[in-house]
Design a protein around this ligand. Structure first.
Ligand code: NAD
Ligand code: UDP
Length: 321
């Protein structure tokens, strides 16, 4: 496909990290919008299984490539969605250098590709740029409270650098860039053992193992279902906005409440077991979505109770196979 797209009117989107949880859902959405999609991934934390259902789709291509190395792509490109990066704390604590490299060198290469093709560039940033926030809920004008040399710094600072270089390419080179700050998103195609709290608790409940609540479970998160997030990403990609936009579901809960909800929804004998709180674990996290509502007409639609049941059903099928 990449050889013959020069004269096509069909939009072509590159998705780095396209074999990951979010990247694969973005690929599905873009294909349904009539785009050709090229996923570039080195399968560091993702898997070709996530896009196996697209293998016979003539509009889809999967390229095995590490985006910290120069990205050579022939023909026209209309959009670059830069999603490559380990995203789970367990993954980025195990892969600190790769995480820093993909956020810095990988973002530089992806921006260079967008610049050379005149493509729109969209960066997957994160609520982690706010660190352990001192204002609550978090608005986009908050600069954050990040420990640069703590264990989470490899991810947080890589994303902060990624935002900085994205704005520099916009201001200095006129690239049409967008930045999305993604808050905890969950749904089918998460890895069962990636350590994030949603697959961790569901997997533990399905196996009858104790649910490992870190700390006293009073820290909060706000969980967004993946289809809502993808809709926000698509809307932002079509907009004229260059400033960062929070996309997440403002419904906030404590981790203990979340564990209790999983115990109520999964048929299990599991109990709760308390484990030490990881270093620098943010105490609260909740998006203010005023900018997304005002500028791109976005707000989440899927209630937590619906999204979590979908996700439990997905993991139930996975563990049966
Ligand atoms: P994921 O681990 O499922 O996907 C990341 C993908 O990037 C994987 O397929 C991985 O193999 C690929 N990748 C990593 N390094 C690469 C490299 N050097 N070259 C090519 N591919 C590489 O995680 P996800 O949850 O889908 O996250 C996707 C993006 O969204 C990440 O940038 C993450 O920081 C961001 N994000 C996600 C969340 C969330 O709640 N899921 C929240 C905030 C930000
Ligand atoms: N957490 C937990 N038990 C687990 C995994 C995570 O209590 O087995 C907590 C973690 O300490 C954090 C929250 O759940 O407070 C969300 O963790 P996750 O790894 O999903 O992502 P984060 O929001 O910290 O990036």
């Amino acid at each position: 496909m990449s050889e013959s797209n020069e004269s096509s009117d069909q939009p072509l989107s590159i998705v780095t990290g396209g074999a990951g949880f979010l990247g694969s859902h973005i690929a599905d959405r873009l294909l349904s919008e009539g785009h050709k999609v090229v996923a570039i991934d080195n399968f560091l934390t993702g898997s070709p299984d996530n896009v196996a259902h697209l293998a016979d789709n003539p509009d889809f291509e999967l390229i095995d490539h590490d985006v910290t190395k120069y990205i050579d792509f022939p023909g026209k490109v209309d959009h670059v969605f830069h999603f490559a990066s380990p995203a789970s704390p367990m993954d980025y604590l195990e892969l600190p250098i790769q995480t820093l490299k993909v956020g810095s060198l990988g973002t530089h290469n992806a921006l260079g590709l967008a610049k050379s093709k005149g493509a729109v560039f969209l960066l997957a940033s994160t609520s982690e740029v706010y660190g352990d926030p001192k204002i609550h809920p978090q608005t986009e004008d908050y600069w954050g409270n990040v420990n640069p040399i703590g264990p989470r710094g490899v991810y947080d600072e890589a994303k902060r650098f990624a935002e900085a270089i994205t704005m520099a390419y916009h201001r200095s080179h006129g690239v049409d860039t967008k930045i999305i700050r993604i808050f905890n998103t969950y749904g089918p195609r998460m890895r069962l053992h990636d350590g994030r709290v949603v697959p961790a608790f569901i997997g533990q409940a399905l196996d009858g193992e104790p649910l490992t609540v870190f700390g006293d479970g009073s820290q909060t998160r706000s969980f967004c279902y993946v289809s809502d997030l993808v809709d926000g990403i698509f809307r932002l990609s079509q907009s004229d906005l260059h400033e960062p936009v929070n996309i997440g579901n403002p419904r906030e809960m404590t981790i203990l409440e979340f564990a209790e909800k999983i115990l109520a929804l999964v048929d299990t004998d599991s109990k709760i077991e308390y484990k030490p709180l990881p270093e620098d674990d943010p105490k609260v996290r909740q998006p203010n979505i005023g900018r997304a509502q005002a500028e791109i007409g976005w707000e989440p639609r899927i209630p937590f109770e619906e999204g979590i049941v979908e996700t439990i059903n997905y993991f139930t099928k996975k563990t049966e196979n």
